[in-house]
Design a protein around this ligand. Structure first.
Ligand code: CTP
Length: 445
């Protein structure tokens, strides 16, 4: 009987070490199956720095005439499933994994082979030039962002801009950054490839335009602007100039959030009928930016997150009602009820002067999903059904406060010259910002 061998890997920047192990794996049988890790799976196990997309990595393996089958590895326990499904006789892997796969011995023979010396994808990635990033703004989020950048290979914070030189100086000292500017034009003319904007909302549009006119890729804090026309103009400008334009909505890039979307797509809870999500953050100091009219308020500060869930799952909005509580003309809370296609409904609640449980519930025709608070830092979710004994739990720990996944996606888009992110497209951004803009239009009357 033909012997079946299986092996797995990321196979980023395919190199001689990969070729050697695959050739040797084939010598252990007649039929070789190679599992290539998906992007979401790699991110969920903390491998954030893969340069090539899945398709490119798959194609490299498919070209090898001695490989008989190529599959995609998408989740943690898949190896056992594959071994049973394909009736595998031998599992082969490099000896950097020695002992780690002994648990598979219950299902097949496990063989660890010596790695080829002095070559690895990690080493090859180091020879690719780092992306030089400039940061606009020196506030709390800019500090967290700069710290998180140090966990993503291939991107380096090169310079920072703020109107206030005192803030610039302390920021560059804190984060060991080479250059600081208090003049935006000089900052944009400096040797940077990309810019992250972490300034107050009202500055985003003018600054974004300047960044794109200066031919730099752009990652901008949310909401990118408060007017639909302006978002559309920025998207057009980015596309015309072959530049990446990404809104910094960190939830969209988290492994668990993407797993959740995949589960829903698979139909496990049937057709999604209703989405409810709440995000409140009590801000007690009324002198802060968040409490200033007209740009502050709960909606501008926080609604991007629940609206991300609503629009990802239910699409465009056909009708909308805002139930807003105000203090001094600033919304301390807002419940945004949207009617989507086929009368499906989303209820998004935000508050800066009201506290509530920050959970999300997605209700479908066959079951429902609960994402416990804080749902926007998605780590776990439960899939539940009418039968209370049936429940699936998903847990995906992530490192840091989640920003590194967004940074890693921005970097990958630049490296791969992909103008649109699969996790958060321009369309996704427009859907959300249309709702926020509608609230602001109404408010400005
Ligand atoms: N491999 C090998 N010799 C090398 C590098 C990798 O035999 N010099 C093997 C690994 O042991 C594994 C397979 O190739 O069985 C796929 O490994 P992968 O993790 O994709 O490659 P690395 O170069 O180790 O990648 P990284 O540096 O990102 O960990």
């Amino acid at each position: 009987m033909a012997k079946i061998v299986i092996t797995y890997g990321t196979f980023d920047l395919f190199h001689i070490g990969h070729l050697n192990i695959l050739k040797r794996a084939k010598e252990f049988g007649d039929h070789l199956i190679v599992g290539v890790t998906s992007e979401i799976y790699d991110r969920s196990r903390g491998k954030l720095n893969v340069v090539q997309d899945l398709e490119t990595r798959l194609n490299a393996i498919k070209k090898l005439d001695f490989v008989d089958k190529v599959i995609v590895e998408t989740h943690k326990n898949q190896k056992i499933e594959d071994i049973k499904h394909y009736k595998v006789d031998r599992f082969v892997i490099g000896d950097d994994w020695i002992g780690k796969f002994d648990y598979l011995k219950d299902f097949c023979e496990v063989i660890y082979l010596p790695r080829t010396k002095d070559i690895s994808s990690t080493q090859l990635r180091k020879s690719i030039d780092s992306i030089k990033l400039g940061i606009i703004g020196t506030g709390r989020i800019a500090h967290r962002f700069a710290t998180e950048c140090s966990f993503v290979e291939g991107i380096e914070v090169h310079s920072v801009y703020s109107r206030d030189m005192k803030n610039v100086k302390s920021f560059i000292q804190n984060h060991d950054i080479l250059y600081g500017f208090d003049n935006l034009d000089s900052f944009l003319k400096s040797d940077i490839d990309a810019v992250y904007i972490a300034s107050p909302h009202e500055n985003h549009y003018e600054q974004s335009k300047k960044v794109l006119h200066n031919k730099k890729h752009l990652l901008c804090e949310k909401p990118i602007t408060l007017k639909v026309k302006e978002v559309e103009e920025l998207v057009e400008l980015a596309l015309e100039n072959n530049l990446i334009l990404l809104e910094a909505v960190k939830t969209a890039f988290l492994p668990a959030f993407n797993k959740l979307l995949d589960e829903i797509k698979s139909g496990i809870i049937g057709d999604v009928i209703e989405v409810k999500a709440t995000f409140t953050k009590l801000i007690e100091d009324r002198t802060l930016r968040e409490w200033q009219s007209p740009f502050g308020g709960a909606t501008n500060e926080l609604s991007t997150y629940p609206l991300l869930l609503a629009t990802k799952l239910l699409g465009d909005v056909e009708d909308i009602v805002f139930y807003t509580q105000k203090d001094n003309n600033v919304d301390l809370s807002n419940t945004i009820i949207c009617k989507h296609k086929d009368n499906k409904v989303s209820i998004s609640t935000v508050g800066i002067g009201m506290k509530s449980e920050g959970e999300a519930v997605i209700s479908g025709t066959k079951g429902y999903i609960v994402i416990p608070a804080p749902w926007w830092l998605t780590r776990e979710f439960k899939i539940k059904f009418e039968d209370i004994h049936k429940e699936y739990n998903f847990n995906y720990e992530f490192e840091g406060d989640g920003l590194r996944y967004e940074i890693s996606e921005f970097k990958s888009l630049i490296n791969r010259k992909n103008l649109i992110s699969n996790m958060y497209s321009h369309n996704d951004m427009l859907k959300i910002n249309k709702i926020i803009a509608k609230f602001n239009e109404k408010d400005f009357k």
